[in-house]
Design a protein around this ligand. Structure first.
Ligand code: ADP
Ligand code: F6P
Length: 324
């Protein structure tokens, strides 16, 4: 028989992402609506170990949906990989009367959730990362805001690039995944889009492309480079030397992770938060929420972590064709 859920906890873990607050708000309000108490766990697994745990009422999440970052704070907590630390965390949950926890984060955070479930604390994961690199879902909280922020920044760099007839290499985040680079590359009309999943390190073909475009009369050359490839500054030096075209590197960095979430991130995060609260209150555990083929769904954590995700081949081919 499923254990009775009287109190749940919520935490955000790993990198912050715009929309996490919308998810927290939905979890708090939906769970309370279901007659379940909610406790906020501050600063991810680190805060759980430090017992930074607060009661949360519906009013505590008002005026938060439009805010970037996470009102609970987040952290990376390497020691949470240790069995004895996970056991201690489960004990802390029990001491605080927490029967289940919603974990908002990425794959690493799901591993922590899985460990808590193994130690008797029900857990549900929600995909929170700007990188879109979680295989079980077509959407992750924060990706939409991040790509819109990056797209606007790249438009601005392009103005300068055109005015000075320069080549610009703009590096976007994404860890080892190229989704932010792919989307911005297409949306910004980049001349070259470099994805870690596809890049062959053939810089000569980029150089040839620049020379070809110069001959055609193009006044700028935008290269969107993914963080997983990196080395934008040294790449810029080599490209300038080989083409004679002034070349600058811009690393967008953390500005991509901040800011007020888009409508899409607020909406999807709200639905995912409510969905997670519902299944946790029903007694489900060791699951992650995803969005697939137009529907909100949930998977076993292990099953979700074993799924593979690749850059869609057709999208990649179109991105190459449109940048010619
Ligand atoms: P993300 O959740 O975005 O993938 P990380 O990989 O940094 O980010 O993981 C966030 C946190 O999740 C880590 O700091 C750690 O506390 C916890 N975590 C990561 N991997 C594991 C693991 N194998 N076992 C238990 N906890 C983990
Ligand atoms: O996962 C989100 C992300 O911003 C990645 O794009 C990036 O590689 C990483 O986090 C940076 O992490 P940190 O905040 O630890 O520097």
């Amino acid at each position: 028989m499923a254990k009775e859920i009287k109190t749940i906890g919520v935490l955000t873990s790993g990198g912050d992402a715009p929309g996490m607050n919308a998810a927290i708000r939905a979890i708090v309000r939906k769970a309370i609506g279901n007659g379940v108490k909610v406790k906020g766990i501050k600063k991810g697994y680190q805060g759980l170990l430090n017992e930074e745990i607060i009661e949360m009422e519906k009013k505590d999440v008002s005026d938060t949906i439009q805010k970037g970052g996470t009102i609970l704070g987040t952290a990376r907590c390497p020691e949470f990989r240790l069995g004895e630390v996970q056991e201690k965390a489960a004990e802390i949950c029990r001491n605080h009367g927490i029967d289940g926890v919603v974990v908002i984060g990425g794959d690493g955070s799901y591993r922590g959730a899985q460990a808590l479930a193994r130690h008797g604390i029900n857990t549900i994961g929600i995909p929170g990362t700007i990188d879109l690199d979680i295989a079980c879902t077509d959407y992750t909280i924060g990706f939409d805001t991040a790509i819109n922020t990056a797209m606007q920044a790249i438009d601005k760099v392009r103005d300068t690039s055109s005015s000075h007839e320069r080549c610009s290499i703009i590096e976007v985040m994404g860890r080892n995944a190229g989704y932010i680079a792919l989307w911005c590359g297409v949306a910004n009309g980049a001349e070259d889009i470099l994805l870690p999943e596809k890049y062959d390190f053939n810089e000569q073909s980029i150089i040839n492309n620049i020379i070809r475009n110069r001959k055609k009369g193009k006044t700028h050359h935008i290269i969107v480079n993914a963080e997983g490839i990196g080395h934008s500054t040294s790449m810029a030096r080599r490209i300038e030397a080989a083409t004679g075209m002034e070349t600058r590197a811009t690393i967008l960095g953390y500005m991509q992770r901040g800011g007020s979430p888009t409508c899409k991130d607020r909406f999807y995060a709200s639905i995912m938060g409510a969905y997670a609260a519902d299944i946790l209150c029903e007694g489900k555990s060791n699951r992650v929420v995803g969005y697939r083929k137009g529907e909100f769904v949930d998977f076993d954590i292990e099953e979700a972590l074993n799924m593979q995700k690749e850059i869609p081949e057709y999208q990649y081919r179109v991105s190459r064709l449109l940048s010619e």
